[in-house]
Design a protein around this ligand. Structure first.
Ligand code: PMM
Length: 281
């Protein structure tokens, strides 16, 4: 069975809509439901296939918030978006209670950057709603994840740990066809780890046997490469996305959807061209 949100015949573009006052990239600008609807409609018009709503910042060093505040932030937005936009809505949360409230409000995908490890009950909630489930790679907690991350072989270890997350989700009743994975760019990774994961996205997908989404959008590792401050990182984001797609990523999560759609078109076409030249076995 194919995943309707991450089908194999397209590069899926996920647009980011943060409902957090402290999000590092667009925080505090979108403050009422009408503004969220307008932003979501603009993303849909620009070609987003799914819109990801988050109520808790997971930036490095961020403090966790309670489920009730997160629900207060995201549920009115999801309820409104589920009526106003045609594309599916995703909930970016690590908490089972938030996932449950968001799915009841009309979300169809649960995006858990902790891969179901922060609050394992979230897996049973996804199963109960027959939701899609995006499992991210994160060791530890956002508050401490950037303290000396270490991997002997980052591709192999991230792939193995994601495969374990997928197995736990299946054991909790989520259909394998509903599951996709994310190597967690910037989540407990050094610059070198992030680059290796983007450049080997396809190897991770092949190893885990599920579609792979990458989320390099506006992240600080790009500043290390270009010197760009957060609001000026969209060009570098496009470059990172196009190369990751060329390297086999099936989906990208971006703040600027129009730019992400261009990255998907060019990276996807180049990947197709490279594959058509591979020797037939
Ligand atoms: N990054 C952020 C938040 N959620 N979800 C997924 N699946 N992958 C990511 O890389 C990711 C995420 C970081 O914060 P932002 O919402 O401001 O980009």
């Amino acid at each position: 069975m194919r995943s309707p949100i991450f089908p194999p015949d397209r590069v899926t573009v996920m647009g980011v809509l943060n409902a957090t006052p402290d999000s590092f990239s667009d925080g505090g600008r979108l403050c009422d439901v009408d503004a969220f609807i307008a932003a979501a409609l603009a993303m849909q018009h620009a070609g987003a296939h799914v819109i990801d709503v988050g109520g808790e910042s997971t930036r490095p060093g961020a403090r966790t918030i309670g489920a009730s505040l997160e629900i207060e932030r995201v549920v009115p937005v999801i309820e409104a978006l589920a009526k106003a936009v045609a594309v599916p809505i995703s909930i970016d949360t690590r908490k089972a209670a938030v996932a449950r409230a968001a799915l009841a409000a009309g979300a169809r995908l649960v995006n858990d950057v902790s891969g179901g490890r922060h609050d394992p009950e979230i897996l049973a909630v996804a199963a109960e709603f027959d939701a899609e489930l995006l499992l991210g790679h994160l060791r530890g907690e956002p508050a401490t994840m950037q303290e000396a991350p270490h991997f002997a072989d980052v591709i192999e270890e991230v792939a193995r740990e994601l495969a374990e997350c997928v197995a736990r989700a299946e054991a909790a009743g989520v259909l394998r066809a509903r599951i996709s994975v994310d190597p967690g760019i910037g989540f407990g990774k050094t610059l070198e780890h992030n680059l290796a994961l983007l450049a080997n996205a396809g190897r991770i997908g092949a190893r885990v046997g599920r579609p792979v989404l990458v989320g390099p959008s506006r992240k600080s590792f790009l500043e290390r490469l270009t010197g760009d401050p957060v609001q000026g990182r969209d060009a570098a984001t496009v470059a990172a996305c196009a190369v990751a797609i060329f390297a086999g990523a099936d989906a990208i999560r971006v703040h600027d959807v129009a730019m992400g759609v261009r990255a998907a078109a060019v990276g996807g076409a180049l990947r197709g061209a490279a594959r058509s030249r591979e020797p037939q076995r």
